[in-house]
Design a protein around this ligand. Structure first.
Ligand SMILES: Cc1cc2nc3c(=O)[nH]c(=O)nc-3n(C[C@H](O)[C@H](O)[C@H](O)COP(=O)(O)O)c2cc1C
Length: 191
């Protein structure tokens, strides 16, 4: 269990696979979640990220569904929105220089964290996923060659606890701090 003193948006965050198929997100709510992504920090403020976003039933969402892995197709069908996170990997034809390109993937990951926390503050759950045909999505949506499709983040209202995989949460354990936080020298636990 997470430390109870964590901010509730992080303490209660987890990645369910059962979402409420009747819940709808408004365009304004989706924009707010993307606004959270927009304000993520990035190296030199280069912001080498971009998003493909759709609400359940709209053309973007429906097209994206075609590329989902078998394991993800079922549950993603019930989420209220999907955001696909992309990041720049090379120079655009007009670019003279591309500073911090090597940090673009790192920066894009922070947008996912921002969206997750924003979703939590709106009473929603987010579930990130990489199980889809990345090249298929890139081709379908015309993602330029110097960009890469990274991950998807599904957002919605958690499903009915009676039918939901709430024990899935219990499987979501973590390494102890003593294994991952060092001080003095590598491997020497901070705590
Ligand atoms: C980059 C990335 C890829 C993931 N891919 C999938 C996926 O394809 N399908 C899935 O159900 N969950 C996927 N997950 C969710 C992880 O399995 C989940 O975050 C992890 O088990 C920790 O559980 P928690 O988020 O509930 O704490 C992915 C998460 C990340 C960050």
């Amino acid at each position: 269990m997470p430390n109870a003193d964590l901010t509730p948006y992080l303490r209660d965050r987890w990645s369910p696979r059962v979402f409420d198929p009747t819940h709808e997100l408004t365009t304004a709510q989706l924009e707010l979640i993307l606004e959270a992504a927009r304000w993520a920090p990035s190296a030199g403020n280069t912001q080498r990220w971009a998003f493909l976003a759709g609400l359940r039933g709209d053309p973007t969402f429906t097209e994206f569904q075609r590329y989902l892995s078998r394991g993800n197709a079922g549950w993603v069908a019930n989420v209220s929105a999907v955001v696909v996170i992309c990041f720049q990997t090379g120079a655009a034809p007009e670019d003279q220089e591309t500073p911090y390109l090597d940090l673009a993937e790192y920066d894009a990951g922070q947008t996912a964290a921002h969206m997750t926390v924003q979703a939590a503050s709106m009473g929603l759950h987010a579930h990130q996923f990489a199980g889809f045909d990345h090249q298929g999505v890139a081709d379908a949506f015309g993602v330029p060659d110097h960009w890469r499709v990274a991950t998807g983040i599904a957002i919605g209202r958690i499903g009915d606890p009676a039918t939901s995989d709430v024990h899935e949460k219990d499987r979501s354990g973590r390494k102890p701090l003593s294994e991952i936080a060092y001080a003095g020298s590598w491997g020497a636990p901070l705590v």
